[in-house]
Design a binder for this molecule. Structure first.
Ligand code: PMP
Length: 405
């Protein structure tokens, strides 16, 4: 499909609404992407025509729902090039996937073992690991970052040792837009036999990670960051880990045999999928992946890079404006502040003008501490944004600056 921005925008009903009397300029895509009609239709179709519980029904509706849900799993497997579809575990989202791994990894760690995080993580890729350290006596080490907002790889190399058991890093930082060198991070971790979890919450709408090529152990993401619904995501778990690690939650679906004396567990993926899953969400996630692939990731990235470059140039023309995250490997996030003005005040004025951005620490307080700031204004672009919308953002920021100075 050729990249026809107007046609793409027409796929998203929300993009034609007004906010505070102005056409909506939605630049909070790092928080969640908007949903194309095709995904909304998939949700309506499921609840209108074949809503049923899955996997254990002999009736037609249950079989149709099971087929659609499992077809979505296979679609996701193919999209990410996982070796087996049962390595794709449906979860409620990135946060849940990380907590799942952090919980089941308890049995893998002993006092004094080390686990490594990066300095630019979302809280959901920090806190579960701190809890794991409290449970096990393992030690959390941090890969530092530089002023540009890039990880210092030589420091990472120094942290790795035979004590390292697990490394967890985001693919792309939600607060800075930095794209981390995950292939190299995984390669170096594997040299010391440490496993790697990649938090792909920010990456999967921009990049199509290839799980087999990366040889990653765990990869988590959320459907809502890929034009799918909230409440659904995946945890990719390499088969050998899936077989080795214990289940997370007990309940229906995850068992083989249950007696009061002993329960045996189902195989992958069901071992980690206790309870009735988000059936509709899984199906709609599959539809979202089809939608993105139909546009094509090369076209998406080319357009977003153009938006990023243009927005960076135009915003930097504003006196006193500083952008955080200035390294060369970056995706379409512009995190900035204007000297002497609180980011929240800028965000509030932008909203009055119909421009949706995020302000604050973006669930990444250590990054804010690093730069010694309370937060930033974050404009994050998606493939459906336009250069005209960047102009509107820039004019709105200028207006906010004038009003607040
Ligand atoms: N990690 C990163 C890098 C994120 O951007 C987010 C969402 N802002 C998360 C984790 C958490 O994702 P979710 O809230 O969908 O679980």
């Amino acid at each position: 499909m050729s990249f026809n921005i107007q046609k793409i925008r027409n796929d998203f009903p929300i993009l034609s609404r007004k906010v505070n009397g102005y056409p909506l300029v939605y630049l909070d895509n790092a928080a969640t992407l908007q949903k194309p009609q095709l995904v909304i239709d998939a949700i309506v179709d499921y609840y209108s025509n074949y809503n049923a519980n899955i996997h254990r029904g002999v009736h037609t509706l249950s079989q149709e729902a099971t087929d659609a849900y499992e077809a979505a799993r296979q679609k996701i497997q193919k999209h990410f090039n996982a070796k087996e579809s049962h390595e794709i575990l449906f979860t409620p989202g990135t946060t849940y996937g990380i907590n799942l791994v952090a919980h089941v990894f308890t049995s893998e760690l002993k006092k004094g073992d080390e686990i490594i995080v990066s300095a630019m993580e979302h809280h959901s890729n920090i806190v579960p690991w701190q809890m794991l350290c409290e449970r096990t006596g393992a030690i959390l080490k941090v890969i530092p970052m530089n002023e540009e907002g890039a990880l210092i790889f030589s420091e990472y190399e120094k942290l790795l040792s035979e004590k390292t058991k697990l490394v967890f890093v985001n693919h792309i930082s939600n607060a800075l837009g930095t794209i981390n060198p995950i292939a190299k991070i995984i390669e170096y971790a594997h040299k010391v036999n440490a496993a790697v979890l990649i938090d792909g919450a920010q990456s999967c709408s921009h990049i199509k990670p290839n799980f087999q090529e990366l040889d990653v152990d765990f990869y988590v993401t959320s459907a809502h960051k890929m034009c799918g619904p909230t409440g659904i995501g995946i945890l990719y778990m390499k088969e050998e880990w899936g077989n080795k690690l214990p289940p997370y939650q007990g309940g229906g679906e995850m068992i083989d045999q249950v007696t009061f004396e002993k329960t045996t567990y189902a195989g992958l993926p069901f071992k980690f999928e206790a309870g009735t899953p988000n059936i509709c969400g899984g199906i709609a996630f599959g539809a979202a992946i089809d939608y993105l692939n139909n546009i094509g990731f090369d076209a998406i990235v080319a357009h977003e890079d153009e938006l990023l470059e243009y927005a960076t140039k135009k915003l930097l023309e504003i006196e006193g404006l500083r952008i955080y995250g200035t390294g060369p490997d970056k995706t379409s996030v512009v995190s900035f502040n204007i000297e002497g003005i609180h980011p929240y005040d800028i965000g509030t004025i932008l909203d009055k003008l119909g421009v949706a951005v995020r302000t604050g620490h973006h669930c990444a307080q250590p990054i804010m501490d690093f730069y010694k700031i309370p937060g930033t204004v974050r404009a994050s672009f998606a493939f459906y944004n336009t250069l005209e919308e960047v102009d509107i953002l820039v004019e709105a920021v200028k207006k906010a600056k004038m009003m607040l100075s």
